[in-house]
Design a binder for this molecule. Structure first.
Ligand SMILES: NC(=O)C1=CN([C@@H]2O[C@H](COP(=O)(O)OP(=O)(O)OC[C@H]3O[C@@H](n4cnc5c(N)ncnc54)[C@H](O)[C@@H]3O)[C@@H](O)[C@H]2O)C=CC1
Ligand SMILES: O=C(O)[C@@H]1CCC=N1
Length: 272
């Protein structure tokens, strides 16, 4: 696929589809080179007013766009492809954002030779801090991967992974923001338990999360070293860590991420 700004259609504009549209526009992708599809008329009008892009039906998107980004739920992908699959010209690039579904799912429903790239991004795309993992399916060339990267780089960091790792990626970074939000929510509750006003507890822990995240990214230190620097002998932190270990937080995370990975596999099995 030649370099240059391609016409991209986002098919399915819920949370992730909209994040992708807004991110591409922030990155300077011309509104005239973007289109979206939506099932409800009210949603179509909202998107076209908010972003100044064309909102079209799925078949128009298939006919006119060079890149089709599929951002429907995995459970809705088969119905969508029943409608559009046979009509997708084989020179279009199909980018799937769907959790769990392998590129072979799309390959079976698209004309032979259609390039498919599988992508797993996450909601911090909203603030250009996404983590996006990109894998080539059959027929996707180096230039298709490069184009997918060009689209997701402005939204945060990107990494290329073999498709066999995508279910694990989904468990870690795809779902990952939810785990951090849950921890923050629980720590705010802990602040309430200790007698702090809710807003104070919120502000303390949100800034602590941001500071810790920036150190994780920018200090070059391993998380263990960063944690040890906080943990004074016979101090407060080690008392808390003993409780976390007693309550099996580490084991809970191992089990939780394994469950997320297994659920991604199940989605593939249930949507063949
Ligand atoms: N929410 C997240 O944090 C992440 C989600 N994903 C994946 O992104 C995809 C979308 O997820 P969300 O945005 O959270 O779901 P969502 O439910 O917010 O959005 C899906 C959208 O697709 C639309 N849709 C369904 N069938 C359609 C059709 N035939 N034609 C046009 N539009 C159709 C729905 O109306 C809805 O607006 C899923 O496959 C999910 O696995 C991937 C990474 C992170
Ligand atoms: O919960 C889900 O299935 C989607 C995929 C990764 C994050 N959200």
């Amino acid at each position: 696929m030649a370099a240059g700004v391609h016409t991209v259609a986002v098919i399915g504009t819920g949370k992730i589809g909209e994040l992708m549209l807004s991110g591409l526009l922030r990155a300077g992708w011309p509104a005239g080179k973007l289109m979206a599809t939506a099932r409800r008329q009210a949603r179509a009008e909202e998107l076209s007013q908010r972003y100044g892009i064309r909102v079209v039906d799925n078949l128009t998107a298939v006919a006119e766009a060079e890149v089709l980004a599929i951002a429907v739920k995995p459970q809705d992908a088969a119905t969508l492809l029943d409608d559009i699959g046979a009509k997708v010209p084989a020179d279009k690039l199909v980018i799937s954002l769907c959790a769990g579904l392998p590129t072979s799912f799309f390959g079976r429903r698209l004309p032979e030779g259609t390039p498919v790239v599988r992508v797993m991004t996450n909601t911090p795309a909203l603030v250009d801090e996404a983590m996006t993992a990109i894998s080539a399916g059959p027929h996707a060339t180096v230039s298709h991967l490069a184009l997918a990267e060009e689209m997701f780089k402005p939204l945060g960091a990107t990494i290329r992974v073999p498709e066999s790792q995508q279910d694990a990626v989904t468990a870690l970074s795809g779902s990952g923001p939810a785990y951090f939000y849950l921890l923050v929510e629980a720590m705010i509750d802990a602040g309430i338990l200790l007698g702090l006003p809710r807003q104070v507890a919120h502000d303390l822990i949100v800034q602590t999360a941001i500071g810790s995240a920036v150190m994780l990214r920018d200090s070059g230190e391993h998380p263990v070293t960063l944690r040890e620097a906080v943990t004074s002998p016979a101090g407060t932190t080690i008392s808390a860590i003993r409780e976390l270990e007693n309550h099996g937080v580490r084991a809970a995370l191992l089990a939780a991420l394994e469950a997320a990975r297994d659920r991604a596999r199940e989605l593939a099995d249930q949507n063949k």
